[in-house]
Write a new protein. Structure first.
Length: 362
């Protein structure tokens, strides 16, 4: 179902991820100077609200910069753009899934109960799919040490394996004050929530939900039985969702409160050259290009890709992070495996824009 009240803990989580990445709403709109809203849309009003929310949440942060970096520093290959934060940081490994934030009363107890799974979660990230048998802390440390992550990331993950309670406590201390401040922003964010209600308030049935979301998934995806979708203030510009059941029948996620507005009123051609250059730079690696070519034949999971391309799972995971950052591929979970597939919306737009740029003008 479509929910119409933001989740304070989810907002705190996303805000801290953005803060660590250096994101701010003001800079986002400043860089996106291609904005071309109609005269009757008060864009400046919403930018001011978002900036005020950020300022108030930032003032509520009580953990140190080092602790924030330990929880939300990117472990993989980031995109280099604060507006496109990755999701491979220790906080996401500690919580396992963002759906935990919907059960505010039991959230941190549930996180505590799942700390024993951290070695398996890290192994799944590095290998590209869930291990066939449970990883011990020793095996997880060996896997981390042999991966292609930076030495700093290796040390951080090893510390997480050895001291998971420390990170769970740190995460709780980081999230609670920010979530509490977000609650106090309820009246301030009401105009943003109203945008979300106007865009999605008419969606009441499973059929309408599937009509909205299925086009965003991989080709051939089946209808989903249950959606739990919330408005996103901190991630006001994107849609985020993840499967929460082994058979992919349930999805949890959120839609940025300004997603529809930005999609409607942006002129993307002005800053497309920079995006084209970034994608071509990413595809300049033969291994990454080979991964794209393989995925054009259909979805594959990490070890399958590694075997087909003659690469180690760790190497594939390293390249996958870069492709995910560009939006060229997306992932879905099926049981214990993570399947990767082409994001055809992105790849087709890339091909179209490149063709426009390089074709002979008539």
């Amino acid at each position: 179902m479509m929910h119409f009240e933001p989740l304070p803990l989810l907002e705190a989580h996303f805000f801290l991820a953005g803060k660590q990445a250096g994101f701010s709403a003001e800079e986002y709109f400043k860089k996106k100077n291609a904005l071309n809203p109609p005269p009757d849309f008060p864009m400046e009003r919403y930018i001011k609200i978002l900036s005020e929310v950020e300022s108030r949440l930032a003032a509520a942060v009580t953990v140190s910069e080092d602790e924030l970096a330990a929880l939300y520093g990117e472990l993989g290959s980031g995109s280099g753009d604060p507006a496109f934060q990755g999701d491979y940081f220790t906080a996401n490994i500690v919580i396992c899934g963002i759906e935990c934030f919907s059960d505010e009363k039991n959230c941190f107890q549930n996180i505590q109960n799942g700390l024993c799974e951290i070695p398996d979660r890290i192994a799944q990230r590095i290998l590209g799919d869930a291990p066939e048998e449970s990883f011990t802390a020793v095996r997880a440390v060996e896997l981390i040490a042999g991966s292609e992550l930076s030495n700093e990331s290796k040390l951080l993950l090893i510390d997480l394996v050895l001291h998971p309670q420390k990170y769970a406590d740190m995460l709780e201390r980081a999230l609670l004050p920010v979530a509490e401040e977000f609650r106090r922003c309820r009246e301030l964010v009401e105009p943003l929530a109203a945008l979300y209600r106007r865009a999605y308030g008419h969606i009441e049935s499973a059929e309408q939900e599937n009509e909205l979301f299925l086009p965003m998934m991989k080709p051939g995806s089946q209808a989903v039985e249950r959606y739990d979708i919330y408005p996103l203030i901190s991630y006001f510009y994107v849609i985020i969702f993840s499967f929460t059941s082994a058979d992919n029948s349930k999805i949890f996620g959120g839609i940025g409160v300004m997603y529809e507005v930005l999609k409607k009123h942006y002129r993307t051609d002005i800053d497309m050259n920079a995006k084209l250059a970034s994608i071509m730079n990413t595809l300049g690696s033969k291994s990454r290009f080979d991964i794209i070519a393989r995925l054009s034949e259909g979805p594959q999971y990490g070890r399958e890709l590694a075997a087909n391309l003659g690469l180690t799972p760790a190497t594939v995971s390293h390249h996958i992070n870069a492709l995910l950052a560009e939006g060229l591929i997306k992932l879905d979970t099926s049981g214990k495996r993570i399947y990767y597939s082409l994001n055809y919306d992105c790849t087709e737009a890339f091909v179209e824009k490149l063709q426009q740029l390089l074709s002979r003008k008539k």
